[in-house]
Each structure stands twice: as structure tokens, then as C-alpha cells.
Ligand binder design. Sequence first.
Ligand code: ARG
Length: 467
Amino acid sequence: MSHNNVTHGKPWSGRFHEPTDTFVEEFTASIGFDHRLYQQDIHGSIAHARMLAKVGVLSREECDAIIQGLEAIAQDISRGQFSWSVALEDVHMNIEAALTERIGPVGKKLHTGRSRNDQIATDIRLYLRDAIDLITTQLQRLQEGLLAIAEREAATIMPGFTHLQTAQPVTFGHHLMAWFEMLLRDTGRLADCRHRVNVLPLGAAALAGTTFPIDRAYTAELLGFDGIAENSLDAVSDRDFAIEFTAAGALLMTHLSRFAEELVLWSSAQFDFITLPDRFCTGSSIMPQKKNPDVPELVRGKTGRVNGHLVSLLTLMKGQPLAYNKDNQEDKEPLFDTVDTLLGCLRAFADMIPAITTNPDKMREAATKGYATATDLADYLVRKGVSFRDAHEIVGKAVALAIEQSKDLAALKLATLQDFSPVIEEDVFDVLTLEGSVAARNHLGGTAPAQVRAAIQRGREKLNSLA
Ligand code: ARG
């Protein structure tokens, strides 16, 4: 058997005696999805080459040739003039082979002091950093939209629900600001996660570091990383930053899904609280009258993907010994789909929310139907000296009578109410109105229109401080 010339075209083929099985070649390749990382890969390689030149491992001329070659390859790829090869397995080896083809043997020097293990960890971190920024921009657009309609609807009365049963009147502005608060926490989670994403793995090489006199601080500076991974084994192996991002994404999607559910309910003929703009809905091929809230329904449905990706990534990591294992190649598809899903859903919501119109009469009518001011009557009795437990009992009986007579509490006569408790006076009707009820909840976090406007003001300041 010959001991030379058995290269089979792979950069690692030196120790192999036969070519890779064709099915295994496809099975192990990641080029079908990791080609999406080409910009990050080239960006990382250029920084690595500059660092190698700075420390004298590459000459200036070699470094310049490598950088020019990589920039030309980036252009070819962006113009669709690059053909990806499955035989070359992944984005790294495809680009490296193209580089050597373009600039000659000096291209082979780029991989000095580096491994695909620290290279891929770097690529994903660069990708995720940009993705977090794009997602945050869309999130903020959605939050601005929420603030705008919350302002318009700061005094619009609607029923507030618990158990989806009418509970107490609230303002629609207050309800919208609840969504704003949830999204603000999502923004915070992403910002926090970004700190741990934005750390440089390069220099870890395969797992143990490298024998070359590298300058990791310089590479980090060139790539805009805020920190440097302290341990080479950890740097190439953990994907906790991706899991953390996906967890933040799953929570964000879960919020959007709950929001979507309300939009679906509210736009139904049964609620009729809001109208979704036609351009965000679709019709039915058989029922001519239908206008379906497809956008919120899809957002609700797509939440399943992201929640699933979180479980995939957790399960992928669990049980892996240090350091790098090929398992980690499976991190990309869930991660890419999480980013795509978040961007799509946020964009759809950010475009749609400001275009929603409300039907205040319907909201009001619904609030008058469910004895929403019963707690206000109980609180009124307490202010007149009755204990809360007794007041609860008294109001319960009044509600039972009102149900019997198919009337709202405010429609009962004063004398009738006084039969339940002698402390009731003419001023009771002030607390039984919907406006009186919401206006009375006038403290930080309460639903009074004045408080909603103050919350909007604070929300706007918080949003501006993040931008
Ligand atoms: N495609 C691989 C991944 O996504 C790149 C790193 C491969 N490293 C290795 N030693 N096989 O993780």
C-alpha cells in the first residue's frame, strides 16, 4: 500500500486510507445550513489573519493577500457566484479551499493557530450578537406602537378578566401597557444575554490553546468583542449562550402568543372589541363572509417551534463531555430558526399593532354586563364601617338579585340596595359607574387613566434610555 498521495481532497485526509462514504459525507456535512455564517466566518478570518501578522506569524504581504482573497470571496458569495461543496463539509473548509484556489498556497497559512472548533464558536457568537440587535430593534418598534395606542385608549373602558370571566373594569390603555411591560422585560433579557454572547473564543484552537504567540486581546478588539473566553476547553464546547438566547426567545414568543390569543378573541364577532386591518387578515375559500386573524394565529402557532428549539438545545448539550463534540453542529438549525421566527413575528406585530382600531361601545357594553363594579360596592361598604367579609356577603346577595332581574347593579333602586345594607346612601351610584371604578384605582400600577398616562410616560423614558 502506498504511504503517500492518499488525500481524497479533504484538508484532514492525511491519515485516512479510503475516501469518505458518500452517504456519510452528506450525513456529516453542515454546509446546507452553515453557509449562512459566511460573513461572520470571513470577518473572523480577516481578524485572525491581522492578528497573526501583528505577532509576526504571517508576513504583511501574506496577510494582505489573505484579506484581499477573503474579501473577494465574500463578494462572490453575496452575488450568488459561489458554489458550495458538500465534499468540503462546512462553511469554513469551503471558504478556505476557495481562498487557496484564488491566492495560492499562502491561503493554507490562514488556519495557523486556529481550529474549526474555535472558529465556529466565534462565528455563532458574531451571528447571534447581530441577531440580538436586529430583534431588539423590532421589539422596540412594537413597544412604540403599544405606547401609541395605549395613549389613545388611556381612558377607554373595557372589562378586565380573571378566568376569562368579567372581573373588574379596566382601561384598554392599562391592558396594553401590561403587554408593554412584558416586552420590556424581554428586551432586558436579550440585552443581558448579549453580554455573555459577546465574548471571543478564538485562540482556544481545537481545545487546549495554541503554541503560537497569539494576541487574543487584539483579535477581540478587531471583532468588537467585550471580553475573551478565559478557558480554552469551555470556549470551544459550551453553547450555553445559545441556549440562554433561545430561552429568552421562548419567553418572548410565549408573551407574543398570549397577546395573539387576545387579538384573536377580541376580533371575533363574540367579543368585537377590536378590528384588525384587512391587510393582516385572510379570507376563506368557501365562506365568503370570513375574515380570519391569520397573523396572530400564526404567531401563536410558531411559539411551539421556539419552545421546541429550547428543549432541543438543552438536550443537545446535556451529556456532552468536554471539550468540542460534533453534536454541537446540531445547534445551528434551531438557532437560525429561532432568530428567523422571532424576527418574522415581531415584524408582523410591530406593523399590525398600530393599525388596530377599537370598538369602545362594545368594550363598554361588555364591562356593564358582568357586574364588574361589585368589588367597588364592597369597598364602599367597608369605607362606611362594614367588615370586608360581611360586605362581600351583602354584595353577593345584591348581585344575585340583579341577575334574577336581569339588571346591572347600577340599575337597582336605592331603596332596593338599602334593603341589603342600611349604610348605603345616594353616593353609592358614583362608585357603581365604570368611570368611577377605574378612576378610583389611582395609584402606581393601577388602572386609573391618569396612572395609565403616567405609566406611558415612564415607559417612553425607559425605551428611549435603551435606544
Ligand atoms: N461544522 C462544525 C460545527 O458546526 C464545525 C466544527 C467542526 N470541527 C470538527 N472538529 N469537526 O460544529
